[in-house]
Structures are given as structure tokens and as C-alpha cells.
Design a protein around this ligand. Structure first.
Ligand code: GDP
Ligand code: IMO
Ligand code: MG
Length: 423
């Protein structure tokens, strides 16, 4: 068997949590491969909304194994909080939630370093979620990090203290940055104790053995392709590889073991945090999309920036990820527009181009739009794609023609049930 991958093609928050939950009944294992609690994945069913940060979005389906892979970074405090919130739902964590020994731990001082770094950048800040993601991945690649497997080592506390010492040395260099470390450490060590109740595994062996035994595995991406550390709008990105290749390194599966790649995007576009966003709308249309789409961050509550769909960015993401099928989310948010704009090209330095320029942060990028007809119909009660308004079908055909990949799923609301198969 091969690992299917579901990942975001824009700047995150495309609706990955919802679609992973919808697809989970077709799989035996759901595995997160990168990112950490900077992610906020929302699922809605039976009138309840759940937001997951570290735990994979397959957790609510019976008899499915959920794995936090080696490429993920874990904050024990947030992880513990997620487990607490799930307690009323009788999830047998010991049985269905496994953590890679090689996943890295976010220390309280990583969060402090994140905050100090952002504060020092002033108006050039990345707009990080302040969850300690960047500093933790820096320690991973700098070969200083603490891993989940270290928790079971008899000298775990010594390793922790040594790393904290190093961090305190760095924090001294930031002016006007004060903190109370001991207040952060107490819940952190409590979280570590809770984590110990779960199984720490060699997830690369587990996943490969499962594939060999014919099990079906879905890898759940976090963030989105335009936030990838190599291919996103650097430096306004996150610190991990959010793309399909990240599945290989973040779970320990070979490139030849990648199966379907489901790319997910909104019928429009959003971004939270700083950085370039060519199709951003700083007007009443942008405000309407934010309001109708409830575009406020699931992790930080920050208002998301909104804009029209961006085909050059989507084509790039499809190429990098090897996307085999597409899910279009939040179609209902465009329910009352007479016309929908689609960015097909950019004008950069007087030239019309259809790719992302290297120096996108420093040059003026003017989007070129085509218009398609809006459907002006409430889609939220639609249960069958065959009954969809012609204009929605035409919008999808238009996108498929341009993106050269089939749109197999259209989402018309946040609930599990508001999901239509197009084929
Ligand atoms: P993720 O990070 O990719 O999992 O996405 P988020 O959960 O951060 O953000 C997506 C938001 O849109 C959540 O509030 C979802 O409940 C909501 N959502 C998902 N699909 C749809 C949809 O088709 N229509 C509407 N109106 N909301 C949706
Ligand atoms: P999900 O998985 C949207 C953004 C932050 C910031 C940049 C770097 O829910 O789609 P970081 O904390 O990673 O150092 O922040 O990346 N960002 C996200 N934006 N969705 C996310 O995750 C994000 N995770 C990080 O806003 O601009
Ligand atoms: Mg999110």
C-alpha cells in the first residue's frame, strides 16, 4: 500500500481538519508529519465544533490509529489541553494515539525565544503564532533538540536543564524582554507526565509495517504550501516542509510509497500573519469574505487577511506537491456574489507573468483578474453535486481547465455532512 497525503495549497486554514475527518473512515491510520500547535484544525459534527492542534484529525472515528510523526514538534502543555478537551468523548488514547519517539519537544524557553525574536523584529515580524515553532526546529536542525524518546531517559531533567541554560544565554541578548520561566515550567512538566501515559513508538517502522500489511494510511498536512520553509513566501513562512516531500521525512516513508495527493484550497484565499499576498482585498469585499467565512484564526483568534483565488500560486503548489486531486472548500462563502474574480497572472515590473517571482517581498505584484459568474444561491443545504447551480459547476470546470487536476470534492459548510463528491 501507499500513503495518501492531504495538504493545504494556500497559506493554511484551507479546511484540512474537516476533510481529514470526512475521509478517515476510508483509512486505518491518520498521521501528522510536520508542524505543531501553530496548526488549528477544525472539525464539526453533531452540532459540536472541535479544534485540534497536535492530535491528528482522525481521532473522532472509531478504530482508527492516529500517529504524531517524527516531523512534528510537540508542546506538552497544549497536547495535555487537547487530551483534556477530548475526555468527554471517550477516546481510548492509550490504544489509538501513538507518538513518535523522534518528534521534538517545544520547551517553555522555545516559546520565549519565539516571542523575543518577534518583539525584536518590530514591524518586520513574521506574525508567528508564538508557539515556539521556529526556535524548536532551529534546535532540531542545530542538533540541540530534546525528543519525545528522551522523556524516558533517566537523565531527561539534566538534558532539559542544559538546553534551558543555552536558551537563557540567548534570551539575555534581547533588551526589554522579561519573563517568568518557573510559571511556564510547572504545567510543562505536568504535561510531560501525561504524555508518559501514551505509547512512544518508532513510527517509521510502525507506518512501513502497516503499509506492508495492507493498511491504508493518510498523512495530514499542517499549514499550507505557501508557508513551506523552502517554497513559501520566505521569510514569511513556517519552519517546516509543509509539502508532500515533508511526508517522507516527517514519517519515514520513501518517495515511491506516496500514493494520492489531495490538495485542498478555498474558493477564495486567506492568510494570517505577515507577508506577501498578491490578491489581498483591503476593502468591503475582503471584509464581507472575512465576515461570511468567519475568517478568524483557529489557534490565535487573529482576523485572517482575505482575497480572491490566486491561480499562479495554486499551480505552483500543485507542481511542488504532485497533487492528483483537489478539494475546494468554503464555496458557500461566495454565495452572494454576482461575479467572482480569479487571478490568472501577475504584472511585475511591467511584465505579465504566471509564476511567483523570487523577490515577491520586495517588488510590486499586481494581480490580473478574469471574472466568472457567481451562483447567487445558498449552497449550504445542497446534498448532491448534480443539483448544484450551473455557475458553480462552471467555476469548477474553469478551475479544472486552468489547474489541470480534477476537483473531486466541494465543501459547502463546516459540518461533516456539507461535503459533496463531484465525480
Ligand atoms: P485547517 O487549519 O486547514 O484545518 O482549517 P481551519 O480549521 O483553521 O479553518 C477552516 C475553517 O473553515 C474552520 O472554521 C472550519 O470549520 C471552516 N470550514 C471548513 N469547510 C468549510 C466550508 O465549506 N464552508 C464554511 N463556511 N466553513 C468551512
Ligand atoms: P493550519 O495547520 C495558517 C503562519 C503564522 C505566521 C507563519 C509563521 O491551521 O493551517 P509559526 O508560528 O509557524 O512560526 O508562524 O505561519 N501559520 C499559519 N497560518 N494556518 C496555520 O496552520 C499556520 N501555522 C502557522 O500565522 O504567519
Ligand atoms: Mg487552521
Amino acid at each position: 500500500m501507499k500513503v495518501d497525503v492531504l495538504l493545504g495549497l494556500q497559506w493554511g486554514d484551507e479546511g484540512k481538519g474537516k476533510i481529514v475527518d470526512v475521509l478517515t473512515p476510508q483509512y486505518d491510520i491518520i498521521a501528522r508529519f510536520q508542524g505543531g500547535p501553530n496548526a488549528g484544525h477544525t472539525l464539526e459534527f453533531e452540532g459540536i465544533k472541535h479544534v485540534l492542534h497536535t492530535i491528528p484529525s482522525g481521532i473522532f472515528r472509531k478504530d482508527v490509529i492516529n500517529i504524531v510523526g517524527n516531523g512534528v514538534v510537540i508542546d506538552p502543555v497544549i497536547f495535555n489541553g487537547e487530551l483534556e478537551k477530548l475526555r468527554p468523548f471517550n477516546v481510548d488514547f492509550k490504544k489509538v494515539l501513538l507518538i513518535s519517539k523522534k518528534a521534538h519537544l517545544i520547551l517553555p524557553t522555545h516559546k520565549l525565544l519565539d516571542a523575543a525574536s518577534e518583539q525584536s523584529k518590530g514591524k518586520n515580524k513574521i506574525g508567528s503564532t508564538l508557539k515556539g515553532i521556529g526556535p524548536t526546529y532551529m534546535d532540531k536542525t542545530g542538533r540541540n533538540g530534546l525528543r519525545v524518546g528522551d522523556i524516558l531517559s533517566p537523565n531527561f531533567k539534566d538534558k532539559y536543564d542544559a538546553l534551558v541554560e543555552k536558551h537563557l544565554g540567548i534570551l539575555k541578548h534581547y533588551e526589554d524582554f522579561t519573563f517568568d520561566l518557573s510559571a511556564l515550567e510547572k504545567p510543562w512538566f505536568e504535561g510531560i507526565e501525561v504524555m508518559k501515559q501514551l505509547d512512544f513508538i518508532d513510527s517509521e517502522h510502525y507506518v512501513n509495517a502497516a503499509l506492508k500489511a495492507g493498511k491504508k494510511v493518510l498523512a495530514e498536512g499542517a499549514q499550507g504550501t505557501m508557508l513551506d520553509v523552502d517554497f513559501g513566501t520566505y521569510p514569511f513562512v513556517t519552519s517546516s516542509n509543509t509539502v508532500t516531500a515533508g511526508t517522507c521525512t516527517g514519517l519515514g516513508v520513501a518517495p515511491s510509497k506516496i500514493g494520492n495527493v489531495i490538495g485542498i484550497f478555498k474558493a477564495y484565499c486567506t492568510r494570517v500573519g505577515s507577508g506577501p499576498f498578491p490578491t489581498e482585498l483591503n476593502d468591503e469585499v475582503g471584509e464581507k469574505i472575512r465576515k461570511d467565512g468567519h475568517e478568524f484564526g483557529a489557534t490565535t483568534g487573529r482576523p485572517r487577511r482575505t482575497g480572491w483565488i490566486d491561480l499562479p500560486a495554486l499551480k505552483y503548489a500543485i507542481m511542488i506537491n504532485g497533487v492528483t486531486e483537489l478539494s475546494m472548500m468554503k464555496a458557500d462563502v461566495l454565495d452572494d456574489f454576482d461575479a467572482i474574480k480569479v487571478c490568472t497572472h501577475y504584472i511585475v515590473n511591467g511584465e505579465k507573468i504566471d509564476y511567483f517571482p523570487f523577490d515577491i517581498n520586495d517588488v510590486e505584484v499586481t494581480p490580473v483578474y478574469e471574472e466568472v459568474k457567481g451562483w447567487n444561491t445558498n449552497l449550504t443545504n445542497l446534498t448532491n453535486f448534480a443539483d448544484a447551480p450551473t455557475e458553480l459547476k462552471d467555476y469548477i470546470k474553469y478551475l479544472e481547465r486552468n489547474l489541470e487536476v480534477p476537483v473531486t470534492v466541494v465543501s459547502v459548510g463546516p459540518d461533516r455532512t456539507q461535503t459533496l463528491n463531484t465525480k
